[in-house]
Design a protein. Structure first.
Length: 191
């Protein structure tokens, strides 16, 4: 029995060293060589200042920027998750109606406007940085007005939305989408 215990302890130490130290260091080194930006969290710097990660949505309350989809966690990465409210939930219905009214008022849309679903419902993780091109286009008028854009600048803004629209992955997975965080960074570069 003593011999088996010693073998078990040796095996535990070897596997801990192999799978807990060597393998993670190897994979981390490989990722740093092959995909350094992605391995470090796809961080975005603007003029030497870290602005965030393009993988995580960021809340913006300013009407001069594109608004992301709602987040159940306030884009907190430590407590990511959703509300888990069902379609028959009165709380969810009230939340959606409040969001709809806010969007209609903020973007000066007609009362019967069709609002894209992602602007009314939070994502499952609460961290999604993407919205549909339709959701971005419905915000263009508000942003152009708040920023005092000329017609030419408004056209540039529309072109920017089209330019940053991502296609479905491999042409079949998902749908067209725009990373709001990256769109807002590019928005600040418009002259």
């Amino acid at each position: 029995m003593k011999k088996q215990l010693i073998i078990s302890i040796k095996l535990l130490l070897i596997m801990t060293l192999l799978l807990g130290v060597i393998y993670p260091l190897f994979i981390t080194g490989l990722a740093q060589l092959a995909f350094p930006s992605k391995a470090n969290g796809s961080l975005v710097e603007v003029n030497g200042t870290l602005r965030g990660s393009k993988l995580i949505g960021q809340q913006t309350d300013s009407s001069s920027y594109f608004n992301p989809r709602p987040s159940a966690t306030g884009y907190n990465t430590l407590a990511s998750g959703a509300f888990n409210l069902g379609l028959t939930s009165r709380k969810l219905h009230s939340l959606v109606e409040t969001r709809r009214a806010d969007i209609i008022q903020k973007d000066s849309l007609p009362n019967d406007a069709i609002i894209p679903a992602e602007m009314l419902f939070a994502s499952a993780s609460g961290l999604d940085p993407h919205i549909s091109p339709e959701a971005a286009k419905m915000q263009i008028e508000r942003i152009a007005k708040v920023r005092g854009f000329s017609d030419k600048q408004k056209q540039q803004l529309s072109a920017l939305v089209n330019e940053l629209t991502e296609t479905p992955q491999f042409g079949i997975f998902g749908c067209e989408r725009i990373n709001v965080f990256m769109l807002n960074i590019e928005l600040d570069k418009l002259k």
